[in-house]
Design a protein around this ligand. Sequence first.
Ligand code: GDP
Ligand code: CA
Length: 320
Amino acid sequence: MLSGGVGGARFVRGVVAVAGAAATTVVGNVGDDVEVLGLHVSPDLDSILYALAGLADERRGWGRSDESWNALETAGVLGGENWFALGDRDLGLHLVRTQALRRGESLSAVTARLAAALGVETRLLPATDDRLRTWLATPAGEFPFQEWFVARGHRDEVDAVRFEGEDAARPAPGVVQALGGADLILLAPSNPYVSVGPILAVRDVREALARRSVPSVAVSPLIGGRAVKGPADRMLQRLAGGTSPRHIASCYSGLIDALVVDEADADDLEGLGDVRPIVTRTLMSDSDARRRLAEAALKAGSAGGQAAGVRPERRGSVPA
Ligand code: GDP
Ligand code: CA
């Protein structure tokens, strides 16, 4: 599966609970990666790692539980940068990763080591080991992802998304093989533009998806046309022209066969073309909900999954 951070990590937990860790490979977004206080931070990879290791702060949605903030506070007192929240426990991971990268280890290699050390059996691969960074063009100027998202609180409307380094970015070892050998490809309910988009910006990843011989199923990150969290709805409105299932599907043109959408969006399933809608409840409020959503997505991609959760009678019908 292809995954961003928070929404992705929630869904990854459900998929792993249903399919098993050994059967799941996660390809994670690195377009959000950022250098803070001299440390290489990979927020989306870490959200997935912490979620799978049982270390995530579920209420906050990112970072580690039982966290403290002494180092960041000290950095602030000393005039260092403290705009990006890094907890004390979290910092330990960034120290280890940064040292490994400076010694020449690849991001995929150090990610595998961190996962193993945390007891995570699911394979987690960065989309690329090469430098790939997301930039947002806004009416206030162009910003690197974290400056727009964290420092400016994603208040600026987005006119365009750009991925620095995309032309040279090669897939990390194992990514294309995982996509080529998969029984099913899943796109997590992550932001299509800034979470899944940077993964698909790696040309060979997009091509592997385009020439797939197995089903590809995306899960919508919107419920009732609204993002559960973050700017996905505003971005879809402005960049795709709306927040209906067809607008989500338009972000993945030629790359998906089915789209899992929430019951709240079931009255507007027109314009999906070849993409089959699967209607179910998609709010991952607890482990049961995560598991049910994963089951619906997995079933959608398996033989005989045609009827899974679909309500054909509602397809294309006029809302009551
Ligand atoms: P980020 O990298 O941390 O921004 O996380 P992602 O891009 O992976 O996830 C953000 C998206 O997850 C947002 O657009 C949310 O609407 C979506 N999301 C979060 N929780 C849920 C949920 O329970 N159900 C669904 N369908 N989407 C969710
Ligand atoms: Ca992210």
